[in-house]
Design a protein. Sequence first.
Length: 66
Amino acid sequence: MIDGMDLIFKIAAIGVIVAILNQVLIKLGKDDQAMVMSLAGLVIVLVMVVTQVASFFETIKGLFGL
């Protein structure tokens, strides 16, 4: 399980890396690849968040004995 602040820093790092690479690809004229890379970054972050939400719900289920 990822700590709260650790998760925030990882998401921020992914965002910064994706933003920089997106700008580089756009300057090189590869707009399609920039879009795909941005979507890939979004999917990575969403998977991280969904994993944490699932872990949260499992903890709540265990807490209430459901």
